[in-house]
Write a protein that binds this ligand. Structure first.
Ligand code: PDD
Length: 286
């Protein structure tokens, strides 16, 4: 049985509880982070903790834990749950003031709720899915307007994932005003020759921690980078496509809305970036 962390305590997962009045539960009033673990070490903990602080600040939510303590909790959970490859899920909500009200409770008297748990995923790095590549459908992006804040409002992305499954595919890319925003739980890219194209940052997409690292490595490898939006039609005509996320690193895309990309197998650029990302991030893992 897993050991999880709830509000300062390490507990067996079946003993960990949160109030039914918690605003995360009632209002999706919470933010989260997912950090991967490779070789028992955390990948880009720094990036995830900085984004967590930003998400909390944007929602006027108090940060219940220092960066040092947060790192310690991550490491302790990895240790006690013996995670070699996997993920750590972290959620902070505005907590519970014992009732339901649209107005935020007084932050002086209402403690945020903090929960962390591990997900054991052997074979995360040497993933069969990455060797096959993902098939994508496109769906309209009807999410709220502050997607740069990593909130737990994941109903529509979950629905998107189900629409993809129903269509016999792996994931969905969301489209707003004819342009791809991002995947249900990843950032989206296309490749044309030596050029990588991915949507510019803004409030329309999550500022992926993996995105930042991959673009840095791509620039170091002399690849050209264009941060601009692209359409599904442009993606279907591209040489390659891929997605990035903390949970799947660099994932090649081989098909979009039934159209095979290039020769329908994972592209060279995507596979190379995946390799560079894994190699480089392992070196600096904590
Ligand atoms: N999702 N865009 C969205 C909408 C996401 O949910 C995610 C991550 C990303 C990629 O961000 P990062 O590189 O920082 O993981 C982009 C996580 C993995 C999840 O919800 O499980």
């Amino acid at each position: 049985m897993r050991t999880v962390y709830v509000n300062g305590q390490y507990l067996p997962e079946n003993e960990a509880t949160v109030s039914i009045f918690d605003r995360g539960f009632l209002m999706a009033d919470g933010v989260y982070e997912v950090t991967s673990v490779l070789g028992g070490k955390l990948i880009d903990f720094e990036g995830h903790s900085v984004r967590l602080e930003r998400s909390l600040r944007e929602l006027d939510m108090r940060n219940p834990i220092s960066k040092e303590d947060l790192l310690e909790v991550h490491r302790e959970l990895v240790r006690v749950n013996e995670i070699d490859e996997g993920l750590i899920y972290l959620q902070v909500t505005r907590g519970s003031d014992g009732d339901r009200d649209f107005a935020f409770p007084d932050p002086e008297t209402t403690e945020p709720t903090i929960v962390l748990f591990t997900q054991n995923k052997p074979g995360l790095a040497d993933s069969p899915a990455a060797k096959k590549g993902a098939k994508i459908i496109s769906i309209e992006d009807i999410r709220w307007g502050r997607r740069d804040i990593k909130t737990v409002q994941l109903l529509y992305p979950s629905m998107g994932k189900m629409m993809a499954k129903k269509a016999g595919c792996d994931d969905a890319w969301m489209v707003q005003d004819g342009m791809v925003t991002e995947g249900t739980s990843n950032n989206a890219y296309i490749v044309k020759g030596n050029k990588i194209i991915t949507r510019h940052l803004g409030t329309e997409i999550l500022h992926g921690i993996t995105r930042a690292a991959v673009l840095r490595f791509a620039a170091e490898a002399q690849m050209e980078i264009e941060e601009r939006s692209f359409s599904i039609e442009e993606a279907q005509e591209a040489d390659e496509a891929f997605t990035t996320s903390a949970s799947a690193f660099v994932m090649p895309v081989v098909e979009i809305d039934g159209v095979a990309l290039g020769d329908g197998v994972p592209g060279k650029v995507a596979l190379r970036l995946r390799e560079i990302y894994l190699d480089e991030m392992r070196k600096v893992a904590v």
